[in-house]
Design a protein around this ligand. Sequence first.
Ligand code: ZN
Length: 417
Amino acid sequence: MNNYIFATIYLTLLTIEFITLYTLTLLNINSVLKNRDNIPDIFKSIISPQKYEKSIAYTLKKEHFSIFRLVFSLILTVTILFSGILGGIESILMGLTSNKIILGLLFLGVVSLILGLFDLPLSLYSTFVIEEEFGFNKLTIKAYIGDMIKQIVLSLVLGIIILTTLFIFMDKTADLWWLWASIFFISFQLLLLVIYPNFIAPIFNKFSPLEDGELKIALEEMAVKANFKINGIYVMDGSKRSGHSNAYFTGIGSSKRIVLYDTLIENLSTEELCGVLAHEIGHWSKGHIKKRLILTFISVPLSFFILSLALNFKPLYTTFNMVEGTYHGLLVLMMLISSSFTFFFSPLSNLLSRKHEFEADSFAKNLRGESDSLIQALLKLSKDNLSNLTPDKNYSAFHYSHPPVIERVKNLKDLVE
Ligand SMILES: [Zn+2]
């Protein structure tokens, strides 16, 4: 295959990706506008016409911005790839060092820095204009910069550990490097599952054990009923960043815990919080965590195997004016172009996670012998987060890891009858 053929294949896929995402966003905007005058029945009791109008304005603003983002990132990607910038940076760095590991770290660092700088204004706009306008942003510029510094330091530490190990495997284990890299990568991910709740998440938020009282008793009683060994229910100070609320399940083994945002506790009743917790227990009880891990055990080696084939694929480098077969070149190019080859799979992985959400909902209903508390919690969460209540079906199939609330409520109600 020569450079022209490879460039044509890549640009075709990139165009398909762009058109697909662009069309989906337009469909979503259309679906929102079409339903503008009618609040869906299930939300009528909980959402006022003013609030509904506000949720529409919020969705539209975000979708219009995402179109801008799409166009911006298309132009940026094509410019970086075809302008020869990558080759230029590469030759400067190769003049500085011939050590493959240092070269790899520097090259990935410089490219990530460039991409990060271009993304910064977009992220600022999203936080301080859109989220601010709708009352969600609670961050000051100073706190935002503080977060950014923490994130950079954390990415540097994790990035250096992961990349150095990866480069050593690529260098020392010949054709089987993909296998060694996979074993390392999976082990590292398992380790992160253990250290994330205890060491990484607390860098950004404060986690306090849920205070004794009616809520704690109710939640613990339910955990016992579900035969769920709870290692802790924690409250996270999510309100210091954003008015959005959520709950999640984190860790494995003895680091396993349930995290509730303080905003969630403020807005939901004890019964509703029990509904939410029952859903989270459902993920554990139905083995979703294990299933996702098994999927990682399959997808990581597969991805590294494909990478190992790509390492010696000449046009990948020469098309973009880079030295062929280098480790740093492989990783940076994959970072830039792989989404065009893999974005077709995202509906598939969302399909699985939506199936799990329905299962966890059904579990919660069976455990509690009623579904009203969870339904009320879902409706309230939609209202408070100004969620899009009428997303386009294709859009949600492609982008949503959770089913639209309207479908979850229907599912919960169907089960009742
Ligand atoms: Zn869930």
